[in-house]
Design a protein around this ligand. Structure first.
Ligand SMILES: C[C@H](OP(=O)(O)OC[C@@H](O)[C@@H](O)[C@@H](O)Cn1c2nc(=O)[nH]c(=O)c-2cc2ccc(O)cc21)C(=O)N[C@@H](CCC(=O)N[C@@H](CCC(=O)O)C(=O)O)C(=O)O
Length: 144
């Protein structure tokens, strides 16, 4: 069941522009960053209840996805992390395909497995983690 609410674009122009290009092209443009694949994660704002859309690096394995709350290695989690913690329902758009998903934050061995897959997909994640004491959260997204 798709999430319902009023869409509130990101305050970051480069982010909302990528969402606009990605969705406006039906998932055929704006689907990469520096040549590496990107997905769009839709969450519900934990306070506003608004629809939030967040481009993230694509981490996929056997039809399952992970999303990494790296925020470039910043000392604090991205705000969308708190949205997923408050309400794990999400939508994931990978190219033209949009799926309703449920997010589950990982820890222990399962997180290590998906962290390895994430770094394979986007090596900069390793540098982000090396640069912060914050443990960068990883969620697996499973079909709702
Ligand atoms: C700027 C801020 O964004 P954020 O949710 O902190 O997310 C920061 C970034 O992670 C986000 O911009 C990502 O899209 C950046 N980003 C990646 N960010 C990552 O963390 N990981 C990635 O792999 C990643 C890849 C990526 C690829 C392309 C691209 O264009 C951007 C990419 C934001 O949108 N703030 C809003 C609020 C958003 C929000 O959800 N508010 C909640 C409140 C939640 C609360 O306060 O508890 C609500 O509406 O209720 C605002 O200030 O108005």
């Amino acid at each position: 069941m798709p999430l319902e609410g009023e869409y509130e674009p990101s305050p970051e122009k480069w982010v909302r522009d990528q969402v606009e290009l990605f969705e406006g092209s039906g998932g055929t443009e704006g689907t990469t960053m520096r040549g590496m694949p990107v997905i769009i994660l839709t969450t519900l704002g934990a306070r506003s209840g608004k629809i939030r859309k967040t481009p993230l690096m694509r981490v996929e394995h056997d039809g399952r996805y992970a999303v990494v709350a790296s925020k470039g290695g910043a000392p604090s989690h991205p705000v969308w992390y708190h949205n997923l913690v408050a309400d794990p329902r999400a939508e994931l758009q990978d190219g033209p395909v949009r799926q309703d998903m449920t997010a589950r934050e990982l820890d222990g061995a399962e997180r290590e497995l998906w962290w390895k897959r994430a770094v394979e997909a986007y090596p900069d994640y390793a540098d982000y983690q090396a640069g912060t004491d914050r443990v960068i959260p990883v969620f697996v997204l499973e079909l709702a």
